[in-house]
Design a protein around this ligand. Structure first.
Ligand code: ATP
Ligand code: MG
Length: 347
């Protein structure tokens, strides 16, 4: 195994993780490796994050150094880690602008937001109020979670998700404690981003159906949110598909200064998405990307991805042998739509 490990410089000897170069896309470094690479990551940073950081560092090194001297230095790795979204908990997978297909006005709003977060001094200098939080509205599978990770990546923030799995404990006390711990860590490790997914289910509007547990969790969120100060540099990103089901107290008080609505993709966006999901796949003349974009209406990017994959499977079923995929026909997409959405392809 050892000959497939990257050697890092002396300073990193005290480290905790051994990274396998083969899984790091840095096989071209393997010939010069004598010792294993041992890397210490920040708390909360696991093997996956370090592997990603090392791969990024390797890319940097390869670009910079002549072929005979390609050795990753501690500084390269630290730099790569710092670019991954904060010192406490780097993102598992960074998201870049190119990864997302967004409507023009949505992308423009998000780019402005990122600029303001990235250079608060410039914003203050010209008297612009700093954004405190973002509410993303939109149906499932339209990229809300990706956008939260994009903002964290682009503004180099630690990322703290507060999904039900992160927050809900065995009892009220435990859940309340977890909420306050997440906020405490985010404050300590700012700049950071707290991601509150599905706010309507985590902080529901009080009705007869909402139990004591939910009320306690909502109250704790409210307390934590109202205790945040702008200079702590903790940005909130919340998502919902039902803003009217969220406890109105959460949205009052201006902690979510920005609101961006992500709709289902229009025809041009669908075409761009399908080009990605069907890259390298042969399409029959009647099933061009343009035709498909026209007919696959009212679907989210996640649906389009699932449909593209299912259509490939159906084409594969028709294949006489496994070495070649026959060109995909409309009928493959028709079946795929039925499988994924339970409806038929629109005329
Ligand atoms: N705008 C987009 N551009 C490119 N790919 C997208 C986009 N939206 C969704 N996807 C694809 O769909 C997957 C799911 O997206 P994501 O989890 O961000 O959606 P979401 O809006 O958070 O959904 P949910 O409401 O179900 O949580 C992504 O991993 C990506 O592959
Ligand atoms: Mg999501």
């Amino acid at each position: 195994m050892f000959n497939s490990l990257v050697e890092l410089s002396e300073k990193l000897r005290s480290c905790r993780y051994v990274i396998d170069a083969v899984s790091l896309r840095v096989v071209y470094l393997a010939a010069q490796m004598k010792k294993p690479l041992l890397v210490e990551g920040p708390p909360g940073c696991g093997k996956t994050e370090l592997a990603y950081a090392t791969a990024t560092a390797a890319d940097t090194v390869v670009e910079r150094l002549p072929a005979q001297n390609r050795k990753i230095e501690a500084g390269d790795l630290r730099q790569a880690l710092s670019e991954m979204g904060g010192k406490d908990r780097p993102l598992i997978q960074p998201v870049q602008w190119e990864d997302l297909v967004l409507e023009e006005d949505v992308e423009r709003d998000l780019r402005t937001l990122v600029r303001l977060l990235d250079d608060p001094d410039a914003a203050r200098g010209i008297g612009l109020p700093l954004p405190t939080g973002l509410l993303l509205l939109g149906p499932p599978g339209t990229g809300k979670t990706m956008i939260a990770r994009l903002i964290a990546t682009q503004t180099r923030r630690s990322f703290y998700p507060t999904t039900s799995a992160d927050v809900l404990g065995r009892n009220q006390g435990e859940s309340v404690k977890r909420v306050s711990q997440i906020f405490a860590r985010a404050r300590e490790n700012s700049p950071s981003l707290i991601f509150i997914d599905e706010m309507d289910s985590l902080m529901p509007r009080a009705t007869g159906l909402v139990g004591q547990h939910d009320i306690q969790v909502t109250d704790q969120f409210l307390t934590e949110i109202s205790n945040l100060h702008p200079e702590q540099n903790v940005f909130l990103v919340g998502t919902t598909n039902h803003p009217d089901h969220i406890d109105p107290r959460v949205l009052r008080g201006g902690r979510f200064s920005e609101k961006v609505e992500i709709g289902l993709p229009g025809r041009t966006a669908r075409e761009r998405l399908l080009e990605r999901y069907l890259a390298g796949v042969a399409l029959a003349p009647g099933a061009s990307v343009a035709t498909l974009a026209e007919r696959l209406r009212d679907l989210s990017p996640a649906d389009l991805e699932a449909i593209s994959n299912a259509a490939r499977r159906f084409a594969f079923n028709r294949a006489p042998d496994s070495s070649q995929l026959p060109p995909l026909v409309l009928a493959d997409f028709d079946k795929a739509v039925q499988r994924v959405r339970g409806t038929v392809l629109q005329a």
